[in-house]
Design a protein around this ligand. Structure first.
Ligand code: ATP
Ligand code: MG
Length: 137
């Protein structure tokens, strides 16, 4: 089985959607094996999204990610990385398939309710960014 890092973003925690989003993960066969609610500083959000530092939306993205609490979680299951991205839907909710989290809940391309790791190497790094080995069983 595979593990991936998921973040329920501030637009979604603000609207009290954590349970509805988690139900989508569980219905898809993903198991939530670790989860905590935290608030990032803009600097921490920048470190997490460092790969986007030169993009024009970097300031907007990090400001948004620090604007309220997020729920960081580790999802486990067969093909969890791809499965999670399928359940999330396309980055822009206007392009997201019906029934996906972003189609149902996202407000815009920036405030799009969830993050999911995009490859095994980034999943490993992103899980270690938020969770210690002791928190993962
Ligand atoms: P994530 O990495 O959050 O799971 P993703 O992999 O679908 O999403 P990326 O291309 O990695 O999308 O972009 C990271 C995040 O940056 C997006 O989820 C979104 O919040 C924000 N973002 C991407 N493109 C734009 C844009 N054009 N304008 C504003 N924000 C954007
Ligand atoms: Mg991404």
């Amino acid at each position: 089985t595979e593990r991936t890092l998921s973040i329920i973003k501030p637009d979604a925690t603000k609207r009290n959607l954590t349970g509805k989003i988690n139900a989508k993960f569980e219905d898809a066969g993903l198991r939530i094996i670790a989860q905590k609610r935290i608030q990032l500083t803009q600097e921490q959000a920048g470190k997490f999204y460092d790969v986007h530092r030169e993009r024009p939306f970097f300031g907007e993205l990090t400001e948004f990610m620090a604007s309220g609490p997020v729920v960081v979680q580790v999802l486990e299951g067969e093909g969890a990385i791809a499965k999670n991205r399928e359940v999330m839907g396309a980055t822009n909710p206007a392009d997201a398939a019906a029934g996906t989290i972003r189609a149902e809940f996202a407000e815009s391309v920036g405030e799009n309710s969830v993050h999911g790791s995009d490859a095994p190497e980034t999943a490993k790094e992103e899980i270690a960014f938020f969770f210690s080995g002791l928190e993962l069983v």
